[in-house]
Design a protein around this ligand. Structure first.
Ligand SMILES: Cc1cc2nc3c(=O)[nH]c(=O)nc-3n(C[C@H](O)[C@H](O)[C@H](O)COP(=O)(O)O)c2cc1C
Length: 332
């Protein structure tokens, strides 16, 4: 058994795949084609449910199952109004792993997932919260730093890894995400106690990804410094920052925040509706860029590792390159 295989064993046993590389769910990008390609290549694909209705998720899981016999997961957003119905759909398909994103799991959701027989994975932004999740029955943890693409927290991956891995990695499999684009980095986190890694940005330009060619071109051109976090403009409206490549859409988001803050002021919406409007804005803007190819006005969610995405290549080649680099790093 190679050192890499040994370091990943806990992760591969937990996920039921050959290599403990998860492709993080990316709304609009992580659908049947990319998810099945990742799982078929020995990694772990995760369907991004995003704002899908239960019927759409039902169809997406069915189609993914036709394209792979290997395990894959489903990512559900905790604030989705139909969360319980989505869990039921996952249960109907006997989905093996559910990743809960977007904040604390609402009451009853963990129990509902457990009742389907699925394993639950949660994002933990701090050690204390990770421990709380484990006490409530969460099976694995993802720690994701602010280098990542999409919605982000305030702390860097390197700091989270030092703070959280020593506390939780012995208890449950813990996966590290955010800013990972090479096998060297993967190996470093594995040596610190991670059971595996989760990458998003690195897989956007895979051949099998259905992202629009112009979306992929923006990634191939982008540098780390172009992937910036959105700025909150109104203290009363807490907006989860989103990391994306700078474009006209970045300014449109500022205008959207102003519009929603005014609705909040006039009492036309309450805080949770205001936040939901912001999230709907992101989902729509991301769709415009990923699916329609409107890379000017849409959202180009991307992590800082975007500068290391150099070619469009098959998923299997990306995974093989990551593992070869990690093997070499561990042999040094
Ligand atoms: C375009 C895009 C869309 C994303 N959408 C989601 C999502 O719907 N749910 C989620 O939990 N994470 C989402 N993420 C985060 C990824 O799952 C993953 O954790 C992250 O990309 C890892 O960091 P990296 O981009 O530095 O590799 C998204 C990331 C990107 C780049």
């Amino acid at each position: 058994m190679s050192k890499l295989t040994k370091l990943m064993k806990r992760g591969t046993d937990f996920l039921g795949c050959d290599t403990a590389i998860m492709c993080g769910a990316m709304s609009w990008v992580s659908e049947r084609n990319l998810v099945s390609a990742i799982s078929n290549a020995g990694g772990f694909g995760v369907i991004a449910c995003g704002a899908m209705t239960p019927d759409l998720l039902d169809a997406e899981i069915s189609e993914t199952k036709k394209m792979t016999q290997k395990p894959f997961g489903v990512n559900l957003i905790t604030m989705h109004p139909d969360l319980m119905a989505l869990i039921e759909i996952c249960g109907k398909h006997q989905v093996s792993h559910i990743v809960l994103a977007g904040g604390l799991p609402p009451k009853g959701s963990l129990e509902a997932i457990k009742a389907t027989g699925a394993k639950v994975i949660c994002f933990a932004p701090a050690a204390a919260l990770a421990r709380k999740f484990i006490r409530s029955g969460v099976d694995a943890i993802i720690i994701e730093g602010m280098e990542a693409g999409g919605h982000i927290g305030p702390v860097a991956t390197s700091v989270l890894a030092q703070e959280i891995l020593p506390v939780v990695a012995n208890e449950v499999p813990t996966f590290v995400a955010g800013g990972i684009a090479t096998g060297e980095m993967m190996a470093a986190y594995l040596e610190m106690g991670a059971s595996g890694v989760q990458l998003g940005t690195r897989f956007v330009c895979a051949h099998e990804s259905i992202a629009h060619p112009d979306f992929k071109k923006a990634f191939l051109r982008g540098n780390a410094r172009d992937a910036v976090a959105s700025v909150q403009i109104d203290a009363r409206l807490p907006v989860i920052p989103v990391r994306a490549l700078k474009n006209k859409g970045t300014e449109e988001f500022t205008a959207k925040q102003r519009e929603v803050a005014n609705l909040l002021d006039s009492g036309e919406v309450n805080m949770s509706e205001a936040q939901l409007q912001i999230e709907h804005y992101w989902a729509g803007a991301l769709r415009r860029a990923v699916i329609d190819g409107d890379v000017e006005n849409g959202s180009l969610m991307a992590g800082q590792s975007v500068g290391m995405v150099k070619n469009e290549e098959p998923v299997a080649d990306i995974i093989a390159a990551l593992n070869t680099e990690a093997d070499a790093a561990l042999a040094r």
